[in-house]
Design a protein around this ligand. Sequence first.
Ligand code: ATP
Ligand code: MG
Length: 422
Amino acid sequence: MKKTLKAIRGMSDILPQQSSSWTKLEHSIASVLNLYAYREIRLPIVEKADVFQRSIGDQTDIVQKEMYSFADKNGDFITLRPEGTAGCVRAALENSLLQQIPQRLWYMGPMFRHERPQRGRQRQFHQVGVEFFGSGAPEADAELILLTRRLWSELGIRDLRLEINSLGDANSRKQYKEKLVSYFSRHLDKLDEESVLRLQKNPLRILDSKNPSLRYIISRAPSLIDSLDEQSRLHFEKFQNILEKYGINAVVNPRLVRGLDYYNGTVFEWITEELGSQGTVCAGGRYDNLVELMGGSAVPAIGLAMGLERLLELQSLQNPLDAPLTTDLYICATENDLDDEALKFAELLRDSYPHLSIQLHASEGKLKARLKKADRSGARVAILIGEDEIRENQVTVKPLRTRAEQTTCSISELEEVLGRFL
Ligand code: ATP
Ligand code: MG
């Protein structure tokens, strides 16, 4: 027997019974973003490796371990995008979008990271990314929070915790890094191998360690908030005041850092307790230096990314009754010779009832086998077309999900009859 082919580990199919919740989620997100006048940008899934290497940071998990990079047939080094911001900045610069600021953009699609697959962590996963270019004001930070809060309520998602922090400016972060290195160096014996490496290369990331045995030592580390420069401190205070004014409960988490190097100032995460250890459904922050770093002029910016798999899982836990799309009508001739008539009638119905989902019976067989297929299709109502029906210009309407009797009616009565069963 031939061996069947399998998908790549960590990359899953989205099957028909799941895809309607995806479409619904995508529509809800798009409409909330439109409400805030964000415009969609569609970006390539593959970029030159440089786009990510230059922006995300050499010492980050993504660049060190997680990128799908390879040489293409021309020998160019290219990468399946692990995140959207770098490509979005590349596109905004290449197409001169930042000559007009503010510029509010969003995008959606698959991202690729070669990490260990587990609950809430795939190698191909989906994000919606939102980027707000051209404002360095705390109001811009607050807009992203208000927008996401509105989205959660639109999606029926409850009980998310908002954690916020400020990473300060480059200078205050540098000073903080020194404090951190000196602190952790005094406790080398309590660190794991990964953190010892990070101590030299990217000490801030130790705070982000997922290893529970490091929790205590991390909790006693000096706090970033205490090292903030004056401007970042004022910005962060104003941001918090706005959140408070709009009734948004935010928890300051001084250990909250982001996995990418380009962030500064405000960072935030929306977290749920209901998805196990991968509970962050949305994460974001300010990246005021990235546009310049990638070759543009200095344009302040803030953005966020939501993980759609995690949002969908949470939605299905919190609102389990959301039903997948169903077929309304199953159109079926009673015998093989009349299949043409069924096809013709199905097309007519699609003209008259554009809001219905209409499935045509599509295999030869006796009436009994046909009815069995109709039932298995999941359709709510079957419309049967036999010789008698054709002669009399009638159809037989057979409800499939209730005990109601089938009924034969003229075409002109069909709308009223269907109204009883659909
Ligand atoms: P972590 O520290 O948990 O690896 P990260 O810093 O890599 O997180 P981001 O790059 O901020 O995560 O990604 C934003 C969001 O995208 C996450 O909060 C999550 O919802 C989603 N996400 C990130 N990586 C994955 C993945 N491998 N599988 C599924 N969703 C993911
Ligand atoms: Mg990660």
